[in-house]
Write a protein that binds this ligand. Structure first.
Ligand SMILES: Cc1cc2nc3c(=O)[nH]c(=O)nc-3n(C[C@H](O)[C@H](O)[C@H](O)COP(=O)(O)O)c2cc1C
Length: 184
């Protein structure tokens, strides 16, 4: 199973178009794609238990058993992952951060048992405004991928100006998550 996570409240915008392109690429590679809209989840933010570390470090689960649980289960099951967030203030969106602030903590200290260790992740930053802040958003996503000890499969910035040809890039990158050969 391959996973596409989106983090925009807009289900018909740039983020959705990027997710659709990724879905098409995965379909071309004949694999099942599971999509999760992070904005539709019921989530609390991290409580920074104890002196900063809590159950997340000891047991690799969050003390708050809300919709983070199915996300963690899907991440554990996935063979490859596509993350798509709108760029807000040069960062991933609030929904993205609410999920991955907690997911990242739970992966800390898991060694080779981590839910996403070694798995390829494509990060897509959709900057539909000026296009500014794409690099800082992708930097956050790259850091997240490294903290998860996953593999950076691609880092893709999409703007209003490059949208037409970059959607094709996303499609090819998603296909390549499965086929794992350099695209010509
Ligand atoms: C709070 C907020 C902050 C934003 N900050 C940026 C930004 O830093 N750079 C940019 O290019 N666009 C920015 N935008 C525009 C979004 O990236 C743009 O609306 C994007 O297309 C959102 O994805 P969507 O089409 O899926 O809604 C911002 C939008 C919002 C609502």
């Amino acid at each position: 199973m391959y996973l596409i996570l989106t983090a925009s409240p807009n289900t018909d915008g740039l983020t959705a178009a990027c997710a659709e392109a990724a879905h098409t690429g995965l379909s071309e590679a004949s694999v099942e794609a599971h999509r999760i809209h992070l904005c539709k989840l019921k989530l609390e933010h991290c409580r920074q238990c104890g002196n900063g570390w809590g159950q997340c470090l000891r047991e690799h689960t969050c003390v708050i058993q809300d919709d983070i649980v199915p996300v963690q289960e899907a991440l554990a099951e996935a063979e490859g992952i596509v993350l798509v967030t709108p760029v807000y203030y040069g960062e991933p969106s609030e929904a993205f951060k609410a999920v991955f602030d907690r997911v990242r903590r739970c992966e800390t200290g898991t060694g080779e048992e981590g839910r996403v260790v070694g798995k390829p992740i494509i990060s897509v930053a959709a900057a539909g405004g000026s296009g500014g802040g794409i690099t800082t958003c992708l930097l956050s996503m790259e850091m997240l991928t490294r903290h998860l000890r996953a593999q950076v499969a691609d880092l893709i910035g999409v703007t209003q100006h490059n949208r037409a040809y970059t959607l094709g890039h996303i499609q090819a990158a998603a296909r390549n998550l499965v086929t794992r050969v350099p695209t010509a």
